[in-house]
Write a protein that binds this ligand. Sequence first.
Ligand code: NAD
Ligand code: MG
Length: 389
Amino acid sequence: MRKVSIFGATGSIGQNTIDLIDRDPDAYDVVALSGGRNIAQLADDAIRLKAEVAVTAHEDLFEDLRAALTGSSVEAAAGSNAIDDAASRPADWVMSAIVGAAGLKPGLCALEQGATLALANKESLVTAGALIMGTAQKHNARILPVDSEHSAVFQGLVGEDFSSVERIIITASGGAFRDWSLEDMARATPAQASSHPNWNMGQRITIDSASMFNKALELIETKEFFGCPHDMIEVLVHPESMIHALVGFKDGALMAHVGPPDMRHAIGYALHWPERRDLPVERLDLAKIGQMHFRAPDPKRYPALRLAHEVMEADGLSGAAFNASKEIALDGFLEGRIGFLDMAGVVEEVLTRLWGGACHINAEMTLDTVHETDHIARQTAETVIAERQ
Ligand code: NAD
Ligand code: MG
């Protein structure tokens, strides 16, 4: 039986992972599940899957979790240190599906104990790409991408020599506002930004899709995961979300990964790798679909993409500053303190101040320097938002 753990088990990716495990429960020995405030879901899944331990991120919810687990053999734990401890428990395969920078440390703990890390938490690679890839190498641990575009590129590279790759194209649906004018985008509300035309995802990543901050993070994620120069990576708007990525080779060939917009495909590929097994996803009928559309992203409506290229060029700790300021700008938008289009302006201003000397962006990357940069960027973003109000 394979020992598996799922961090961020109560979220969208976590629940899709559990859906796959539930279909073949005898094949898996569940070590740890982690969640946030949804204690009922966490306890329910942990009891059904006979997990060793269930951890909530919130220390104040420890008693609630313990009560919900009464009568079962599942241990209760709470707090971010407890999540790290659970990630250090021996497992063969660990799903990293916490949202945001909070996913970094548990991912590192899983790699340090040699587990294969199925990485949905793109923020880990954006904030600390060199650290996470270096830790995997040092402990001889494997990282498998779970973001659909990166899984698609990974699959497109099977059997290929990376030196024959000319370009990598990741697709973007264009999110909730792909056909909106700039004026309407400026007035958009969180509720409007929270509905995605194709994918069913957590709220934060759905809003990041509408602003293309999600695609900006994915550009950086591509550079860090595949170790390629930033100008090799392109974004293509493809409203149907059926082609997830294309790999362009030196001979002009483009290898496209085509599949329905269902995260269980990328999760299942990482779960069963290197095999392919039957997955409960729709089979596309291309004759019925008839046509697919493509266009270049409009740089005026999606400044996050330009910022991502600047961050990749600056390298070092810039990714940590980018991600942290983006998280605070998103909070600011959700709280009604700034408008939808102001998010990119806030992030750009933070980067300008940090690159201008407020932070040692070129210091050696360690967990401490990443945390310090994250902290300074968050504070600077709060200041920038307050100045705009
Ligand atoms: P979600 O909001 O649905 O779930 C997030 C999970 O993380 C929940 O279990 C929540 O309790 C937990 N969590 C939140 N804050 C935490 C904290 N501070 N400490 C510990 N746990 C915390 O998010 P999601 O859509 O499932 O996304 C998870 C990750 O996967 C993100 O990094 C996202 O970018 C990435 N991803 C998601 C999708 C998708 O389709 N949803 C696709 C590609 C990549
Ligand atoms: Mg993606």
